[in-house]
Ligand binder design. Structure first.
Ligand code: LLP
Length: 422
């Protein structure tokens, strides 16, 4: 498989030298590799397909239409968390009966939209949501296909901001109350409870939390069935973590599949997973150019043309993204520690502190790696910087799959109130 690799001294995306994209599209821009996207999807399919587990891509990780179409063509379903995401999945040609609607705070309008579109399943996260959904479904003359998302109170041992399966997190129905709420759901006239969902958090590098949560889930299924309730579907939550830096070893998908086979397969349920990061994270880079190498008193700063508004993960989660010079450094190149920062007027606009990098200076191109997930989708226009364009590469072809908005387009979204002079 080709992906991002040095060839002839230049970093390539598949068969395209990255300077060619920088030239044609301008920097900063996101660049995605079709080969990596396909490879990651097929790895899931190979590990979990034989167990009958459906892969519903969590498109919050990267919702570009081109990527959704690529996964739809591979046979993926989708996990959406907003009306906007549902519309994106439908626009990409995903059949409604392959779409699951998750999320802790769905509005009445979103519940109406999900039911009207006949989505496969709505994952309900509270008694309050269940009551509203029952009412909305009744007014539409439908029965809502529901899975209850359970909060298993299992520590995912990941970053605090992306842990979701602990009692103190806002997500899901506490496992202690789950059976009672499921029973109540079964009694509601417009709710068809069909199963359970869990999600522990993101960027899990350890399989033990899955094992703990799935055991609790299996016990709950058996208890509900013993009560005569029907539990046919299990949604196993997000995917495994990825490697952002040396020493981070993602779990093995085959080992994950073994856990599913051992603990959940005996229940005979239809199963699905909702991976996001592990399908797209490795498939993208953020291509950027050094504006200045600024010599400071204590260290040098590489001021690059990408900023925290384009890639917020370092500022938000202290996340590490590998930084690759586009011109391959000589094997004996001397590295020095620099701060890599963007032009935004905040000290938090820092991609890396005291990072050892080979010689890089004004005008040089570099790439932030593992920027396919939670990167372009979390971008903003802070400092009136236009959203970064996205480029998809396939072999020796590349295409802009989201263009950089013009300043005129950005300003045209705003209007003056009538009392202001022209
Ligand atoms: N299902 C649910 C209900 C979720 O909340 C999430 C992610 C997923 C699936 C997908 O999880 P994954 O396979 O990607 O781990 N912005 C953060 C990550 C937020 C994850 C939110 N939920 C970051 O940049 O690290």
């Amino acid at each position: 498989m080709t992906g991002f690799a040095y060839r002839g001294g230049v970093l390539h995306a598949e068969d395209i030298p990255l300077p060619a994209i920088a030239e044609a599209v301008g920097t900063p821009c996101y660049v995605y590799s079709t080969a990596i996207l396909q490879d990651r999807y097929r790895a899931y399919d190979k590990a979990l397909g034989p167990l009958g587990v459906r892969i519903c891509y969590a498109l919050k990780a990267n919702s570009n239409q081109a990527i959704l179409r690529l996964f739809a063509e591979e046979g993926a379903g989708m996990d959406v968390v907003s009306d906007g995401e549902m519309r994106r999945a439908l626009a990409a040609g995903v059949a409604p009966d392959r779409i699951v609607f998750s999320g802790v705070g769905k509005t009445r309008e979103e519940l109406v939209a999900a039911l009207t579109q006949n989505l496969a399943q709505i994952n309900v996260e509270s008694r309050e949501e269940l009551a509203l959904l029952n009412e909305v479904a009744g007014s539409l003359g439908r029965r809502a296909p529901v899975a209850l998302r359970i909060n298993p109170d299992v520590d995912a041992r990941t970053h605090v901001k992306i842990t979701t399966g602990l009692r103190e997190n806002k997500f899901g129905i506490d496992i202690e109350h789950a059976a009672e709420v499921y029973r109540q759901a079964a009694e509601l006239p417009n709710i068809a409870p069909q199963g359970l969902a869990v999600h522990l958090g993101s960027q899990l590098l350890d399989l033990a939390p899955y094992r703990d949560a799935y055991r609790k889930l299996a016990d709950l299924v058996r208890a509900l069935r013993a009560d005569g309730l029907i539990v046919d579907n299990l949604d196993l939550g997000g995917g495994i973590g990825i490697s952002y830096q040396a020493g981070e070893t993602p779990p093995d998908l085959a080992a994950y599949a073994d856990i599913v086979r051992e603990i959940l397969t005996p229940l005979g349920c239809h199963m699905m997973v909702e991976p996001g990061r592990s399908l797209v994270g490795d498939a993208g880079i953020l291509l950027s150019r050094v504006i200045y190498r600024k010599h400071g008193l204590s260290r040098d700063f590489l001021i690059v043309d990408a900023a925290m508004n384009d890639l917020v993960r370092p500022a938000m989660y202290d996340a590490w993204h590998e930084i690759l010079p586009i011109a391959e450094p000589a094997p004996d190149a001397e590295c020095s520690a620099v701060d890599i920062v963007g032009p935004v007027c905040e000290s938090g606009d820092t991609f890396a502190k005291e990072r050892a990098v080979p010689p890089l200076t004004d005008g040089d191109l570099l790439a932030f790696s593992q920027a396919g997930a939670y990167s372009a989708v979390m971008a903003s226009t802070y400092n009136s910087r236009p959203l970064v364009p996205e480029v998809l590469v396939q072999d020796s072809a590349f295409a802009i799959v989201r263009k950089r908005p013009t300043f005129e387009e950005m300003i045209a979204l705003e209007t003056s109130p009538p009392w202001q002079k022209d």
